[in-house]
Every structure is written in C-alpha cells, then in structure tokens.
Ligand binder design. Structure first.
Ligand code: GLA
Length: 380
C-alpha cells in the first residue's frame, strides 16, 4: 500500500489534510511457536503488510476514526471509555491502557486502512493496536518506547478485547527492523535483530481455513503448560532444560498430555536458539530442518495443526528449492511459512498452489514477504 492513498482517504473523509501517517506491520513467526506465554524464545519478523493511519491531532479528548476497510466510522471520548463491539475496541483498549499507565492523551482524527489479511494469523490486531499507540505517541507528544507500547497493547488485547495472547505479536509489530528477524526473549523482552540469510525468500502460505473455537483451544494449551510448569516446580516452562526432560517425568506423576505439551515447549525453545545460530552463520539448510522439526512437534506433541496445515506444509516441503516449512501462529488453521531459495520462488509458488488445490480442494493465499520495519511515523 502507498502512503499517499491513506492521506487521500483522510482528506476525502475529514475534508482536511493529515499531519502524519503511522504504519504498523503484521508479522509472521519464523520459529518459536506457543513459547511466548511460557516465558520462552521467539523469532518472528514484521512483514510488508501493514495497517496505515493518516491523522491529525485535535484539541480536546475526542477521537474520530474512519476505517476504509470496514467503511465505518467511530467516535469516542478519552474521558469516558466504555466497552462495546467491533474493530474500534482495539483503539479504545489501547487508549485505556495508556491512560492507566499515566500517559496524558490528546484526541485526534484518523483514517485507517490496511492490507494485513484478517483472521489468517498474521496479527492484524496487533498491527492495529500498535498503529493506534504510535498515533497517540505522536499527537500526545511522548517518546516511542517499543517494549512499553507492546506490553500495553498486549494488555489492551488481554483485558479490554478479552483475547488471551502472549507478547510476540505486539513486540514484532513494535520493534522489528527492516531486513531482520526479531529474536525475542519473552521473559526479559530483550531483543536482537538478526539479519535474514541472503538468497532466501520467506513465503507465507495461507490454507484459507479458519477454525472457530481457537480461543478455547489456545487457553487449554496455556493451562496444560502451566500444569507442567507447576509439576516441575518452576515459574514457566522456559526454566526446564532438555536434560531434565524424559519419560521418567510421566512415571513420576506428570500427566501424559501435559508432558507432551511441555516437550513441545522445551524442544521448541532449543530450536529457536539453534535457528538464531543457523541464521547468524548463514546455514540455511539447518534453519530449514529446524522449521520442519518444529512442524512435527506442533502437529504431534502440541496438536495445534489441522489437515489443511499438514497438507500445505507437505506440499511446500516437497518442492525443489524449499529449505523447510512449518505452520505459523496459533494454529488450528491459518498460515504456514516456508523458507525458499530466492531464485526458485516463482516456480515454488505455482507448484505449491496447484499441489495444495489438488490435495485439499482449497485455494491457497500466497505471499512472498519482505522483513519490514516495526511501527513507524511519517511527518507530512
Ligand atoms: C498467537 C498469539 C501469540 C502466540 C502465538 C503462538 O499468535 O497471539 O502470542 O502465542 O499465537 O505462538
């Protein structure tokens, strides 16, 4: 999407010129799935699909938003926020959390549009939250602190919107760097920008399947992980090393199911650390094998794939030039991610689209992605 377009949308709706444009990207997770709420490691990257907001400060405490994607507008007052329904709740939730944290906010007019596929597991909600936070920072005159803003946006999603997510998506949208993946320690929020290896393409493969009840399955996985952490006597599964892990845990009373869930987390954390090393040394083959192993663990131990994801991953892994592929995001539908030799990307995309159509009867959505910058601001 071009920034001029959102500026035009603003002008047409508000009959005035905007002062700024904020951009906040969606993300794809390269590896480290379901590890964030276990205080573990993740390696997402921000993608070149984002939410754009053209805006202008207002005097007083009114926020007026126009969404060109939903073709609806919404108005709220910063001094009397009340929960309601729809996309505007993300904005109200972020405003609420910022104010709770002591920020003095100013109102604004904004036009919003985006090209992050919704419901696909590419974090369009986190992008919207961070876009709103970026806008508040600009109009209210406070400094952009990616970690703080990500935490508050996560809180808005957990408490105002009522979705129990971890910190990965908000951090990826807030703090990523162009051309790099974001290696994040979800306990300390320490980050390291890791350059993507040369000569590879990151390809997102949308299965076009969306499963309902994702929230309840997600919450169930979280409590199983907590059960396992309690059994090990640690704060979070992050604190369990590969060495302490074995079948003897079950013999000593850990439930079989919690053990399987924990095995995914413990091995996935180790895979993230290894993936970072592989990326640093340009060992793309190794990185691809880690993708494949992550998928197996998510399928067999964590049990968050569906048939469409398994088929998509198999279709991708079978192609010439594919280093590895895995499901990405929460699972139960949505997208897979593949690491592909750059020169073979065109052929890969065509071959996967037709293999997936043939084997699943569904149409794939395919995006060859660039690693983009986290939330940013353009002054007009
Ligand atoms: C969703 C959540 C994230 C993370 C992933 C799984 O995207 O929003 O916090 O838990 O699932 O890795």
């Amino acid at each position: 999407m071009k920034p001029e377009r959102i500026a035009q949308t603003f002008s047409a709706y508000f009959n005035a010129k905007p002062d700024f444009i904020a951009r906040a990207p969606g993300r794809v997770n390269l590896i480290g799935e379901h590890t964030d709420y276990n205080d573990g490691f993740v390696l997402p990257m921000a993608i070149d699909h984002a939410i754009w907001m053209a805006f202008r400060p207002r005097d007083g405490s009114t926020v007026r938003l126009f969404s060109s994607d939903f073709e609806t507008d919404s108005v709220f007052d910063l001094h009397s926020l009340t929960p309601g329904k729809g996309w505007v709740e993300y904005a109200k939730g972020v405003a609420h959390e910022l104010q709770q944290a002591g920020y003095i906010l100013r109102g604004f007019d904004a036009a919003i549009a985006g090209d992050v596929p919704r419901g696909a597991g590419l974090s369009s909600s986190a992008a919207l939250e961070l876009g709103i936070a970026r806008t508040f920072a600009a109009v209210s005159g406070f400094e952009w602190d990616a970690q703080k803003m990500a935490r508050l946006a996560q809180k808005a999603e957990n408490e105002w919107v009522g979705v129990n997510c971890g910190i990965m998506d908000q951090m990826a949208s807030a703090a990523s760097r162009e051309g790099h993946a974001l290696f994040l320690d979800c306990r300390s929020l320490e980050i390291q920008h890791i350059p993507l290896p040369k000569g590879i393409a990151v390809v997102i493969l949308d299965t076009s399947t969306r499963r309902g009840l994702v929230d309840s399955a997600y919450n169930e996985r979280r409590s199983q992980c907590e059960e396992a952490a309690r059994w090990f006597g640690v704060k979070a599964l992050r604190d369990v090393g590969l060495g302490e892990f074995g079948k003897r845990n079950v013999e000593r009373g850990l439930s079989e199911i919690a053990w399987k869930r924990a095995r995914h987390i413990v091995t996935e954390n180790a895979r993230v650390l290894e993936a970072v090393e592989a990326m640093k040394s340009g060992d793309t083959k190794r990185l691809g094998l880690l993708f494949n192993a992550s998928h197996v663990s998510l399928r067999d131990d964590f049990e968050v794939t569906n048939d469409a994801l398994d088929i998509m991953v198999a279709c991708a892994q079978g192609q010439d030039g594919c280093y590895g592929a895995r499901m990405t995001g929460a699972g139960f539908g949505g997208c897979a991610v593949a690491l592909v030799e750059e020169e073979k990307t065109g052929a890969f995309v065509n071959a996967v689209a037709s293999a997936y159509r043939h084997r699943s009867g569904n149409e794939a959505g395919i995006y060859v992605c660039k690693a983009s910058q986290g939330a940013s601001l353009i002054q007009l």
